[in-house]
Design a protein around this ligand. Structure first.
Ligand code: MEV
Length: 425
C-alpha cells in the first residue's frame, strides 16, 4: 500500500516551490528529516529549478569531478564530469595519462547536422509523394530558413532532403527527413519548428496526410570520431593488450556484453553531457541506435593493434550537443563547466565528449582484463556503503577502511563495524 494519500494535488503548478513542498510533504506523509533535506537542497537552486521544470520542489546535486591528463587535438584540457558513480572520473584520468606519450586523442567530425522527420500517410502512391516532395526543394529550403533566421545568420540552415518509403504493418508511409545545419545549437527546437512549419505545405503539395513532425535522435549525420594509441608499456604488455582485444571482440559479438561495454563508454560521455547542461537522453538514444546500425547491437568502440604492437582505440558516435539554448545557456554551473573546458563551438565540445568516452572504455577494458573492476571500485565504494548505513563524520573513514582491510565491501559487515564503533564509544 502506498503512503501517498492521493496523487491529486489541486493547483500544484500554481503554488510557490515552498508551498508545493509542503503540499507534497503532506500528501506523502513526509517526516521532518525528509522535508528538511528537500528544503536544504533547494537553497540557492530553486528559482532556476522552477524555471526549468514544472512543479519543482527542490534540486538535486550531482558531484562534478575533474578529469585530468586529457589532450584533445593537441590541446591540454581539464574536463568536468557530472556523475554519481565512483571510479568514473579516476578511470578517465588514468586512461588519458597512459596515452599522453602518443599525443592523446585525435578527432574528426561530420559537422553539426541534424534531421527532423515528417511522416506522410494515407497516399496510395507513396513513391509519387516522395518525388513530389523532392521537386519542391527550393520552396522547402525557403520555408525552413525563414523559420530560423538567426540560425541562417550564423551560417546554419536547411541543407538537404532525404525521403524514404517505409514499409510498415499498416502499409507504406513516406518519411521526409529535412537535413539542417544547426551550428552551435543542439538543434531540437530548430528542426522541430521547421518540420512543423513545413508539414502543412507537404500536405498541400502531395495530398497525403501528415502526422508526426519531430527530430530523430539517431543523429547519424552528426558523427564525431576520436582515436588514440596506447603504447604497449602503458598497457602492461602484450598479454594485457591481447586480453583487452579479446574483451572488445566479446563485446562486438554479443549484445549482452555490448550493453555493459557501451554503458561504460556512456559513463564518460553522459557525465560531460550532463556537466554542460546538454540532453543526456538524446545522446544515449542516438548512441545505442547507432551501435545497432548494422542490424545487430555491437560495441560502439573499435580496438586494434598497430604495426608496433600498440593498442589503437576508436570511438565513432552521434554527438548532438549544443552551447546555446536549453539548460546549457541558463544553468550557471553548466556555463562555468564550459568555461573550464574553454570551448568556443559545439563541435569542439562534441569532440572532447567522444574522447572522454574512449578513455572511459580503455579504463574499463583494462581493469576487466587484469585485476577486475571491484579492486578499483573498493575505496570509493566502501565510503558509499559506510554513508548508506548511516555512518557520519569520522565514522565514514573508519568503517570504509575496515571494509577495505577485510577485502569485502558489504553492507552487513559495514553495519557490524559501525555498531561496534558506536558501542565502543
Ligand atoms: C560500470 O559502470 C561500467 C563497466 O561495467 C563497463 C564495462 O563493463 O566495460 C565497468
Amino acid at each position: 500500500m502506498s503512503d501517498v494519500r492521493s496523487s491529486r494535488i489541486e493547483g500544484l503548478h500554481k503554488m510557490t516551490p515552498e508551498a508545493r513542498l509542503q503540499a507534497v510533504a503532506q500528501q506523502a506523509n513526509l517526516g521532518n528529516e525528509a522535508i528538511a533535506s528537500l528544503s536544504a537542497a533547494a537553497e540557492g537552486q530553486i528559482e532556476l529549478a522552477d524555471r526549468l521544470v514544472e512543479n519543482a520542489i527542490t534540486s538535486m546535486a550531482i558531484p562534478v569531478g575533474i578529469a585530468t591528463n586529457m589532450i584533445v587535438d593537441g590541446r591540454e584540457m581539464v574536463v568536468p564530469m557530472a556523475t554519481e558513480e565512483s571510479s568514473v572520473v579516476a578511470a578517465v584520468c588514468n586512461s588519458a595519462k597512459r596515452c599522453r606519450p602518443t599525443g592523446g586523442f585525435r578527432t574528426s567530425s561530420s559537422g553539426p547536422v541534424m534531421a527532423a522527420q515528417i511522416q506522410l500517410l494515407g497516399a496510395s502512391d507513396p513513391e509519387n509523394v516522395r518525388l513530389k516532395v523532392y521537386e519542391r526543394m527550393d520552396e522547402i529550403r525557403a520555408i525552413c530558413d525563414e523559420t530560423d533566421p538567426l540560425l541562417l545568420k550564423f551560417g546554419g540552415g536547411f541543407r538537404d532532403l532525404d525521403i524514404r518509403v517505409l514499409e510498415t504493418d499498416e502499409g507504406p508511409m513516406t518519411i521526409v527527413h529535412i537535413i539542417v545545419d544547426t551550428r552551435d545549437a543542439m538543434g531540437a527546437n530548430a528542426v522541430n519548428s521547421m518540420a512543423e512549419a513545413l508539414a502543412p505545405k507537404l500536405v498541400e503539395w502531395t495530398g497525403a496526410r501528415s502526422l508526426l513532425r519531430i527530430l530523430t535522435n539517431l543523429a547519424d549525420r552528426r558523427v564525431v570520431r576520436a582515436r588514440a594509441v596506447w603504447p604497449l608499456d602503458q598497457i602492461g604488455g602484450e598479454q594485457v593488450r591481447d586480453d583487452m582485444l579479446s574483451a572488445y571482440h566479446f563485446a562486438d559479438a554479443d549484445p549482452y556484453r555490448a550493453a555493459t561495454h557501451n554503458k561504460g563508454i556512456m559513463n564518460g560521455v553522459s557525465a560531460v553531457v550532463l556537466a554542460t547542461g546538454n540532453d543526456t537522453r538524446a545522446i544515449e538514444a542516438g548512441a545505442h541506435a547507432f551501435a545497432a546500425k548494422d542490424g545487430h547491437y555491437r560495441s560502439m568502440s573499435r580496438w586494434e593493434a598497430d604495426a608496433d604492437g600498440n593498442l589503437v582505440g576508436i570511438l565513432e558516435m552521434p554527438m548532438a550537443v549544443g552551447l546555446i539554448g536549453g539548460a546549457t545557456k541558463v544553468h550557471p554551473t553548466a556555463q562555468a563547466n564550459l568555461a573550464v573546458l574553454g570551448v568556443k563551438t559545439a563541435d569542439e565540445l562534441a569532440r572532447i565528449i567522444v574522447s572522454v568516452g574512449l578513455a572511459q572504455n580503455f579504463g574499463a577494458m583494462r581493469a576487466l582484463a587484469t585485476t577486475g573492476i571491484q579492486k578499483g571500485h573498493m575505496a570509493l565504494h566502501a565510503q558509499n556503503v559506510a554513508l548508506a548505513i548511516g555512518a557520519v563524520g569520522a565514522e565514514i573513514d573508519q568503517v570504509a577502511s575496515e571494509l577495505k582491510a577485510l577485502g569485502k565491501v558489504r553492507q552487513d559487515l559495514a553495519e557490524e563495524i559501525l555498531a561496534r564503533l558506536r558501542g565502543g564509544k
